[in-house]
Design a protein. Sequence first.
Length: 375
Amino acid sequence: MDRILLTGTGLFTPTDGITNAELVASLTRANERWNAEHRDAIERGELEPRDLPSEKFIEKASGIGHRYVMDKRGVLDPERLRPHLPLRGEDELGVQAEIAVAAAKEALGQAGRTGADVDCVVVGCSNLQRAYPAVAIEVQQAIGASGFAYDMNVACSSATFAIQNAVDALRAGHARRALVLNPEITSGHNNFALREYHFIFGDACTAVLLETDAAAGTGEAWEVLGTRLATVFSNNIRNDAGFLNRCEDGERDPFELVFRQNGRQVFKEVCPMVAAHIRDHLEDEGLAVSDVKRFWLHQANLGMNKLIAKTLLGREPEDLESPTILDEYANTSSAGSVIAFHKHRGGLVAGDRGVLCSFGAGYSVGSILLRKLRD
Ligand code: CO8
């Protein structure tokens, strides 16, 4: 069977960046104002006051220091707390397609390809800007690709689930070159009004190009040794925004229509699940943890990644064994592990193995075993 190779990656980073200090200052003003406006109800015990955020907490609890967003002005405006994304006409490229095309071009350029060489486009991300037509089909047209394209959503695990789909399509002969794109505009669905959520997410888009060995050129290549996905239902990370909202009878808390989670529970339940998933996947491929040089893990929380790596290795990981981009990018949902791979795959040589792994809502976990073939 033809080998499947990963031959290029791309990253779109928005120009607007927000430090923890800026975010905390904005939410402090917003919550002080909200508490003042609701003072009477708070005093009557009908409402809870909104707690004020702290930079120290964010750094310590998550390892997040900064994030990029599509529109800083709107996010930091205490009266708005969400980005401004101007409406575009139907004939203009949509905002998600636009950032996906930017990331795609970098991945294609690395492999010496153009859009016309691609015959499968999969867009995987946590939040899609519309129901249809698929963003992936818009991208397919914009880059001049042929074949087929579709969108899918497995929250933070969307990249690895989409990579497995693409690998399967290539193995089955349905396509020769597949682009996997993760346009994460998390700022559109983050809850910037509550301190337990406002710091978590950032925006970015990643791209991965996969080719059959026969179709690939002679540049940098990573062989996909295996892929594995797993899901277990949990209500601990939820977002109930959907097309049935307008038909629902009964009262909903508006905060149910954006991201929410029971973070501590997620931390406790997901870390052992991910470590066991990776270990089992390696074992079934005849590999030990010591055969792996690098773990490009989903980027949600620094403590989580350290714990997962420590559980696997049986010791503290060295910085480069499990690289992190949280300090700069925060949690970019499905893009996170691919950003880690994109920025931190240097220093490995032909034959070295690595694991790209994402995890998140669902719960969902996906792992992709890679072996470097050539520079
Ligand atoms: N500032 C000050 N204090 C705070 C803040 C803050 N910003 N936030 C919380 N606190 C307080 C709490 O109120 C609590 O106070 P008290 O003890 O009085 O009740 C105290 O600090 C401790 O709070 P937590 O127990 O919540 O703190 P943790 O140490 O658990 O840290 C984390 C919170 C950082 C959220 C941590 O639990 C975590 O990272 N968990 C893992 C979460 C995770 O991996 N989630 C995956 C989410 S991604 C995904 O799959 C969905 C993708 C969807 C993308 C959608 C985009 C919007």
